[in-house]
Design a protein around this ligand. Structure first.
Ligand SMILES: [Mg+2]
Length: 353
């Protein structure tokens, strides 16, 4: 395959409602779209900047210029070759690289004539995904929980990390409204101190919480170790794992029991596979999550998740909260996110305007 032409464009997509987590609020999903042309086919990808990877729409646009220049005319056999080449062209910038990487995987699977998850070796085509209740007043959170359980969601992720007593009251109310069969996960997004996090986990012990994501700052390896050893709710690492080396550090430091993977954090599917392999060998099951992303890149995360037996949980829900998504093709059935059975990512993009 030869990369003949790469087009890219930015798009601000309004959210249906404000999304608030411990580090701040967002009304818009900022996105960068990539279209790679090769021999009559088009591979599509999308990236979303975040504070977690220290990227903005501006840095992504600048990085894309370098990648477009360095990749034009390049021939490849395996998508991994492009991931290696991107790392030589520019360090870091994983969300920009993720957009290109998934477009390359989309192309490769289209050439192979199979869906991307099949191309990657999947034996399943769907997984249960949660949907997320951001930080909001308890009454609103309870209304969201009721609505989403009614719509078929079997798992809810509850954002906490700003106010332990308020967070606990909200979490208790959500558990009561959702009933005992719905799986509930919590995410502190680095908002607590380790003392607050440990106290919170002990207070929420009776609520049957599946796991507690990144309760404290990503830099506090020792705090994460203490929590991993002492918290009655299993601890999951998120913001502290971007690279394969980060995953090794978590293992050496015994700083979590599971890891949240995101294509935007690792730089796409090729690198996410590397991080997942390290997690698997360390005995860490993984989740696949997302930033503020449309169906196109959520689909890439889904195809990747389906292909790895080590991926146990899905947190691919950002597209549910977009007011206008130019991409479509994912289905949501009985609580499961279902991958399209078409060659490649299987996602259609209709550019606005
Ligand atoms: Mg998280």
């Amino acid at each position: 395959m030869e990369i003949e032409l790469i087009e890219s464009a930015t798009l601000n997509i309004p959210r249906k409602e404000r999304f608030t987590i411990a580090r701040g609020s967002s009304d818009v999903a900022e996105t960068v779209w990539v279209f790679i042309h090769s021999d009559g086919l088009v591979g599509q990808g999308c990236g979303a900047p975040s504070e977690v990877t220290h990227e903005t729409l501006l840095t992504m646009t600048e990085t894309m210029k370098t990648l477009v220049k360095g990749l034009r005319g390049v021939e490849f056999h395996q998508p991994q070759e492009i991931a290696d080449r991107m790392d030589k062209l520019v360090p870091g910038n994983p969300a920009a690289k993720a957009a290109v990487d998934m477009a390359v995987f989309d192309l490769a699977a289209q050439v192979a004539g199979v869906s991307l998850c099949r191309y990657l070796g999947a034996t399943r085509d769907r997984m249960v995904t949660d949907t997320t209740i951001g930080i909001m007043p308890t009454a609103a959170a309870v209304a969201h929980a009721r609505q989403w359980v009614q719509e078929g969601f079997r798992a809810l992720k509850v954002k906490i990390g700003t106010d332990p007593p308020g967070d606990l009251e909200r979490l208790r109310a959500i558990r009561a409204a959702a009933g005992s069969k719905v799986e509930i996960r919590i995410d502190g997004n680095e908002g607590y101190t380790w003392g607050q996090a440990l106290q919170f986990a002990r207070s929420a012990k009776d609520l049957n919480i599946a796991f507690f994501e990144q309760p404290i700052p990503a830099t506090d390896l020792e705090g994460m170790r203490v929590l991993t050893e002492s918290s009655p709710i299993p601890i999951m690492a998120d913001e502290m794992v971007l690279t394969p080396n980060d995953a090794k550090k978590v293992r050496w430091g015994n700083a979590a029991k599971m890891v949240n993977l995101k294509l935007m954090k690792h730089g796409g599917i090729a690198r996410a596979m590397e991080v997942d392999t390290i997690c698997s060998s360390a005995g860490y099951p993984t989740m696949v999550g997302c930033m503020g992303e449309p169906q196109l890149s959520v689909a890439a995360g889904l195809h990747f998740a389906l292909a790895s037996p080590n991926v146990r949980w899905l947190d691919l829900d950002s597209h549910f909260n977009l007011a206008s998504d130019p991409s479509s093709g994912l289905a949501f059935k009985n609580g499961h996110l279902v991958a399209p059975n078409k060659p490649g990512l299987g996602i259609s993009v209709t550019w606005p305007g």
